[in-house]
Design a protein around this ligand. Structure first.
Ligand code: 6PG
Length: 238
């Protein structure tokens, strides 16, 4: 535990995905609020989790009609584009279960519309902000999470729950949830695998222990909810 960040380490990316799938099944089994709302992450690590959830024995354990999916961020591309987070999640999971999934239409830039949707679909509030039951996130090798990139305007957003963020590093704009809604969540699980993440994980955990927040991921600190970083041994540097 580094200053409020619970870390759990698994042998490899496959074991990590299986552990998160198991935990997610147990969570939905005991959960009573309907819908159970989940914000999905893009990237390679969650993809394996989505594939597992879409296959037995996990798939048959979840009441998928009671689950509603949102997204943490999206690239400015249509859903059939190879870079689309929605497209990846659709192929890996959403096509195989009867849940509703709400795409961020980032290529049209309607962040306000997505915030409205969150407001309409989620009744629970924390300080006036919709409470997602579960947010899945990843970490980029620059410490970004969702599309909260270092040095970008979205890091300073304290009011809006969803914004279009200029990301000069990638010469693009992306739609992203912001800290206010991420930190209002009931639980945030950060999935981190691979040796490419070792240095960033070590830097972030050391900074967290000093109560410093030099990287965007460190701004994710749920005010009342749970925060767990799921790591494989490579990312944890073991
Ligand atoms: C995205 C993601 C992003 C991702 C990290 C980690 O759209 O790119 O939402 O924030 O989670 O870059 O990605 P990997 O799991 O592929 O390392």
């Amino acid at each position: 535990m580094a200053d409020g960040i619970e870390t759990r380490v698994f042998d490899d990316a496959e074991a990590l995905a299986a552990a998160v799938a198991e935990e997610l099944c147990e969570l939905t089994e005991r959960h009573t609020r309907i819908p159970f709302t989940i914000a999905l992450a893009g990237g390679s690590t969650p993809k394996r989790l989505y594939e597992l959830l879409a296959s037995d024995p996990y798939r048959e354990r979840v009441r998928w009609k009671d689950v509603e999916f949102f997204f943490g961020d999206e690239r400015s591309v249509p859903p059939d584009h190879a870079d689309s987070n929605y497209g990846m999640a659709k192929r890996a999971l959403l096509d195989h279960v009867p849940s509703q999934g709400h795409r961020m239409v980032a290529e049209q830039g309607d962040a306000r519309g997505y915030a409205r949707l969150l407001s309409e679909r989620i009744a629970e509030r924390r300080d006036g902000v919709p409470v997602l039951d579960l947010v899945l996130l990843g970490i980029g090798d620059d410490g970004h999470t969702a599309s909260l990139f270092p040095g970008t305007a979205a890091l300073d957003e304290h009011t809006r729950w969803v914004v279009m963020n200029d990301v000069p590093q990638h010469h693009t704009q992306r739609m992203t949830l912001t800290y206010p809604i991420l930190n209002a969540a009931e639980r945030v699980w950060v999935l981190i695998a691979g040796a490419g993440k070792t240095a960033m994980v070590a830097e972030c955990l050391a900074a967290a222990a000093r109560h410093e927040t030099p990287r965007p991921i460190l701004g994710v600190r749920p005010t009342a909810g749970e925060l767990v970083w799921f790591l494989d041994k490579a990312a944890a540097g073991r």
